[in-house]
Design a protein around this ligand. Structure first.
Ligand SMILES: [Zn+2]
Ligand SMILES: [Zn+2]
Length: 275
């Protein structure tokens, strides 16, 4: 007798095209599939990695791509770069614009330059009619103000690797965004994030690895990969007081609907029942 297959998960934010996976990407994908990760969104951070993400999505049936310029690289977001991102956004299996946003923690680009790149790429997203993937560190007030001013609700999006407090989360939801939970929710000291998950409940949440960065607790200090998403999913399920299969089914349905990607088969997970 074999165990039933795990309920399918969607990794809504990975950098699977990254050089960190150059030597064993097929094995990483095989482990992801075996762990029930049925869809992976590979997210670009500059022109080169956006092209790489699009190429990987074209080559792998269960990989999708997002294209955008990260706030760290906002200085590169000139007219030619923005035109290339807009062109890549029309490629098959490109389902979102990102990652874009503000990072006042590392401040690798001046704040006004980051804000300009964010506004310009929100315009690209409106033009493409695609949701946005938002990166934000220690910049939530400015980010929310820009998202409101630029009418982000017309395209929707996901606050990736959420690190804000409950008030920020509620404002993001009011703007039409989802909140994405990454590996840090499994860290013993992640009390604020755990509280956000419990307060928001499952229907506002999706999950991600952000691999190769931010591995869940058992793999801290190592390279992260999509197969580890199951550990984050299990922690979110426990915080929400539901079986793991229920959390898988509901976050998968939410992610597929927001990103406009097909729902994987086996989506019922045999979980049934209200939660
Ligand atoms: Zn990020
Ligand atoms: Zn990322």
């Amino acid at each position: 007798m074999t165990a039933p297959p795990p309920a399918p998960l969607v990794d809504t934010h990975a950098h699977l095209h990254d050089a960190a996976f150059a030597s064993d990407r097929e094995a990483v994908l095989a482990r992801a599939r075996a762990a029930g990760v049925a869809r992976i969104l590979s997210v670009g951070t500059d022109r080169g990695s956006a092209r790489d993400a699009v190429a990987l999505a074209a080559a792998q049936p269960d990989v999708y791509a997002a294209v955008g310029i990260h706030p760290h690289d906002a200085g590169q977001a000139d007219e030619a770069a923005l035109a290339e991102i807009a062109a890549l956004a029309r490629a098959p299996k490109v389902v979102a614009i990102g990652e874009i946003g503000l990072d006042y923690f590392r401040n690798l680009a001046p704040r006004d330059v980051q804000q300009g790149a964010l506004r310009a790429q929100l315009a690209v997203a409106r033009e493409a009619g695609k949701p946005v993937l938002l990166h934000c560190r220690e910049a939530h007030a400015d980010l929310l103000a820009i998202l409101r001013a630029e009418g982000v609700g017309r395209v929707g999006g996901i606050m990736h690797c959420f690190s804000g407090d409950l008030e920020v989360a509620r404002e993001a939801l009011a703007l039409g965004l989802l909140v994405s939970i990454a590996g840090p929710v499994t860290y013993p000291n992640a009390r604020r994030l755990a509280g956000v998950v419990q307060a928001l409940g499952l229907d506002s949440l999706v999950i991600e690895t952000d691999c190769p960065y931010l591995p869940p607790q058992p793999w801290r200090g190592q390279r992260n990969e999509p197969a580890y998403l199951a550990v984050t999913a299990a922690r979110v399920a426990a915080l929400c007081g539901v079986p793991a299969a229920v959390a898988a089914v509901r976050t998968t349905a939410t992610a597929c609907a927001r990103l406009g990607i097909p729902l994987p088969k086996g989506g019922s997970g045999g979980a049934g029942g209200p939660a």
